[in-house]
Design a protein around this ligand. Structure first.
Ligand SMILES: Cc1cc2nc3c(=O)[nH]c(=O)nc-3n(C[C@H](O)[C@H](O)[C@H](O)COP(=O)(O)OP(=O)(O)OC[C@H]3O[C@@H](n4cnc5c(N)ncnc54)[C@H](O)[C@@H]3O)c2cc1C
Length: 293
């Protein structure tokens, strides 16, 4: 059932990266809510595991002096939903965290595992795309920091090089300060269901005009994505129902939706047009703008 030959539990990141360098076949396990399901079902027949659960500093969520937010890869969704720094600075990520799984899953599932499994449906991903998050990846030899958009290569495929561990998710002050946001997860059930579509919208408004709009989508293509055309159009436009309607239409242009047993391509495109407007309406209010009917 769980065919594990070797199991390592390092307590420091240096120890962990050294073990990965020495045993390149090791599979990282964080909360295990993906890895163990795959092992149980036989999708992963055998694995040697490197648990990172004991590397406590990876759980840290902090706001640095310059306003940069840092979320450790081992932070669980329960932790993110309750963290005062997240609630005060990027409440849209709290919304995404609370939409994920059920309480038991949120207690163990980590944000790092949510990103590294490469799923387009990952509930944190569209919000992290909208926030221009960057990922810090560490090896024995050093580290690199890349935009989250560059990390996703295809369905279930991420740019995690041999020996690398995702340690931190970093959000710069200019990417979240003075923004309001909102996340909508559309799924067939209210809880314990994978998104049919996930939409995260954030915006900054001045004198009734959009200074910036960013829309991240999940399950609208093989990877999470941003709605570049809609975002470019929105900049400098008056906040109005007409502007929102155009943003909704343009958002569909960035999608590469497909038909699956959950929903048809056409239905997903309809959801993108409608839900990007609904998410943005709430984001406008959260950014201090006037409510649109
Ligand atoms: C019942 C159930 C309901 C679920 N509902 C949802 C849902 O609503 N929304 C949703 O988005 N997901 C859902 N999931 C999927 C899963 O819980 C999440 O993707 C979760 O965030 C994975 O995190 P984890 O820590 O458990 O990852 P793990 O299973 O430990 O790891 C997942 C993958 O990431 C790699 N990995 C983990 N951490 C790191 C790291 N720091 N550096 C490098 N690689 C790493 C692992 O090697 C593995 O390939 C659900 C799962 C279950 C079982």
């Amino acid at each position: 059932m769980y065919n594990v030959d070797q199991y390592f539990e390092p307590e420091t990141i240096d120890e962990a990266t050294a073990l990965l360098a020495e045993h390149p076949n090791l599979l990282i396990i964080a909360g295990g809510t993906d890895v163990l399901i795959k092992m149980h079902s036989g999708k992963i027949a055998q694995a040697d595991l490197l648990s990172i659960r004991k590397i406590k500093f990876l759980e840290t969520i902090q706001k640095r002096q310059d306003g940069t937010l840092s979320i450790g890869s081992l932070a669980t969704f329960t932790q993110i939903a309750n963290d005062p720094i997240i609630k005060e600075n990027i409440p849209v990520l709290k919304e995404a965290a609370l939409s994920m799984g059920g309480p038991q899953i949120r207690n163990v599932a980590t944000i790092g595992g949510n990103i590294c499994n490469g799923a387009t449906s990952a509930d944190s991903a569209s919000t992290l795309f909208a926030l221009n998050a960057k990922l810090k990846l560490q090896t024995q030899g050093g580290e690199r920091v890349i935009p989250i958009e560059d990390f996703y290569l295809g369905p279930g495929k991420v740019d995690l090089k041999p020996g690398e561990i995702l340690t931190e998710i970093v959000i710069s002050p200019e990417d979240y300060q003075d923004y309001g946001g909102h996340y909508i997860k559309f799924s067939m059930r209210k809880a314990m269901d994978i998104a049919t579509l996930g939409v995260s919208a954030i915006c900054r408004i001045k004198n009734g005009v959009f200074e910036d709009v960013r829309i991240g989508l999940g399950v609208a293509g093989p990877t999470p994505l941003r709605c570049q055309e809609a975002e470019s159009f929105a900049k400098g436009k008056t906040v109005s129902a007409q502007t929102l309607a155009e943003i909704g239409k343009l958002a569909v242009k960035s999608t590469k939706a497909r038909t699956s047993w959950r929903a048809s391509k056409e239905y997903r495109e309809h959801l993108v047009e409608e839900l990007s407007q609904r998410a943005l309406k709430v984001a406008i209010k959260n950014a201090g703008g006037e409510s649109l009917a």
